[in-house]
Ligand binder design. Sequence first.
Ligand code: FE2
Ligand code: FE2
Length: 289
Amino acid sequence: MNASGQPASFQIDKELEIPSIPLVLIKIIQALDQDTSTAKQLEELIMHDPALSARILRLANSAFYSFRSRVKTISHAITLLGINLVTSLAIGINIFDTFIKGAKSEAALINQLWTHSCAVGVLARKVWMLKSSSQKETEFAFLCGLLHDFGKVVFFKTYPGKYGSIFASEKTESDKTISGLEEENYGVDHAVVGEMLAKQWGFPRELAGLIRKHHDPSEVGTPMVAAVMLADHLAKRFEIGYDGDHGLNSPVEIEEVLSKLSISEEQREQLEEFASQECVNIKQFYRIS
Ligand SMILES: [Fe+2]
Ligand SMILES: [Fe+2]
């Protein structure tokens, strides 16, 4: 291990198959990082990609957002959903699309991971709304949840057959977690790989750090990490998608997360109620293909 905790011999570009970052994503991320994105710029970027445009419109029209009138244009979708949420969705859809291309037999598993990721995004946003009224922060929580496991798509791309079977294998309580199996087979886990790729692709530093820390119990004091941990736990508990792990956090771990976030028993029940109700909507409307 080197000073940053990564195996000294591991080099992401040599050992993992990394698709080059799509141009549209570079521009969206640059705008996100510089905080200069305007609705008009975002609309132009999305409209250059017909497949992305179609997906954003489908999401905007989904029952999940339940708007009264039909959303027909990207600019209308941005007005209704907000610039940050549309930006996050555009980033997430683009990344998963990039990795899913050519992955025939693993496509169903990657779709399960996408559903899980969307659920963690939606739930992290909901958790953050209990803590803060800042729209910008709650939408950043959505992006963090959406991309927390994105290191896993790199493993799918590089080792499709083998990683597919590791991901899909039944795991009992006493078995290793998916992170443990990744370390055993590849020397690194998806949190490390996700952070490395996030840095390589120029993601905001806070997002790259969150991806690295999302399973680390010593980081539970960082509120955004705790929010994503709780959202991850709820997505698993209500079986919204699948992220390669059946195991839930222990009750003690969850109590600690709740206490760090100052979430009351009543709020916890509200979150569980929300997760159980949104389960069907998320599965149905966040389809990637
Ligand atoms: Fe994870
Ligand atoms: Fe996860």
